[in-house]
Design a protein. Sequence first.
Length: 577
Amino acid sequence: MVSIRLLSEEIASQIAAGEVVERPASVVKELVENALDAGARSITIEIEEAGRKLIRVADDGQGIPSDELRLAVARHATSKLAAAEDLFRVSTLGFRGEALASIASVSALTLVSQARGEFVGARLRVEGGAMAQGPHPIGAPQGTVATVENLFFNVPARLKFLKTERAERRQIDALVSRYALAYPEVRFRLTHDGREALQSTGSGDRREALIALYGPEAARQMLGLEDRQSLDVSVSGFVSPPALTRNHRREITLFVNGRWVQDQRLIAAVLQAYHTLLMVGQYPLAVILVNLPPEAVDVNVHPAKAEVRFRDPDSVFSAVQKAVRATLLEKAPVQAAIPQPAWGHAGWAENRDRLIDPAWNMGFRPTPRPAEEPGPALPGTGVLEFPLLRVVGQIGAAYVVAEGPDGLYLIDQHAAHERVLYEQFQADRRAEALTSQRLLEPAYVELHPEQASQLESQVDTLAALGFEVEAFGGGAFRVRAIPAMLKDLDPAQALRVLVEDFEEDERPLEAEGEARLIARVCKRAAVKAGQALSLEEQRELVRRLEACQSPRTCPHGRPTMIHLTIDMLARQFSRKG
Ligand code: ADP
Ligand code: MG
């Protein structure tokens, strides 16, 4: 028989910690929020090894009185709530009195603080939840320094779930740059292993923080929301013009009363404001700051305080939607606001040449089959894994329908073209036959420091692929040539293709080097879903896919086609038992 037992204090506190401290970025978030609550004007964040080794947050806020230092790391100890009713009008970022205790239970936490008006400060160290040293008096500048070392040293399961260092660093960068934007009057400085990743001046200018978040070009394009006060809700911030988009919604950031929150409904409000202005699968960049009276928001619904509940969600939704919509209508240039479908019927004429012009290097250039490759397979001979197909037509402007000796094939035109371009690119590369397009005028591109360092490490490989790129330092690059395949993109965009929009779990560029870069370039150059193809082009695409070494998957490993065998069809129509 298993009997019911009370959890030991240690296990109970580790479980509780798990809800607040999931990864290094959550520690950074709690410590930065504490510094902001303390009225800091300057917050310095030092990170080592993406936070596993060290996270140090130093502020010049009001500090913690020496005789309260021990209490600060106790669970449910807070200076921010006194009575139960206070919970319904929280105006500080913290209120649960849990963060420091949670962090201390899964790391070695050292707090050094000197409170305003005191002549001496104090230092204390907690390891794995147990008091290790102090509090001892110590001379310190006014404010607080919280140092977290060896995060999760006693919770190996957590350590295992951490992502790559780069992914964890990105989370931290994303967090700090967003707080810098929400608190422009506070000076933020973030370093990774001694290298500066982000710095804001605290001048109060949000545009400056926008640059840290999106880089100078995108920041310049962002539209400031008209600050329109409707009853209780005020909405401010920035949104991108419809021409500036991402293919994911991670760049839609929401702050409610100075707190970074996730809220699907408010994201939907932003998207609704762009209704008909964006192509399918494209999302705007936005930083939306919503302010309303503290009693109109319940912040106590999520342990990490990442979600909130509104007393009147509809009015908040409509305030956000209206503010964004009005800004777009007023400020977004009309032409840019209604994008042409990239390859709708209108733009088709010029693109068709690109598709079928044999001179267009990376298009559907007819290529002779390599001599050593076996000839076309006869039905049933099984020489080629992939038989010759007869194209029937296109459906949904996304899939090509074809018939083979053994049934029906549905081919994803984008994935298939990616595969074709990828093998062509690889073959040309081996034959040293890659062509690059020289720009009439060199283009200058500025990238986010993180992206810049990815790219800098790749300059040689890039050169081999037809990019002529020089790094100037400070995230700036000069581009003199790009691969011919990307010649229709603007050079800045062509370069960005390489470093932008990585999925959470995608590995850094360096990992697979050239093949990875080629795959990224091909993804961008391939026809998209939504582009109508003539029957001739569909045939050409299928013919070239047949000639590929690995026709069944795109370079990213997704299938290029679905095969419905005659047998399956017969079964579906109940012709077979
Ligand atoms: P909470 O922020 O929810 O109150 P924490 O565990 O994060 O809980 O912090 C506990 C208490 O420690 C806070 O209420 C505050 O009094 C004090 N404290 C923590 N960090 C700081 C800081 N950087 N400056 C001043 N006081 C701090
Ligand atoms: Mg706190």
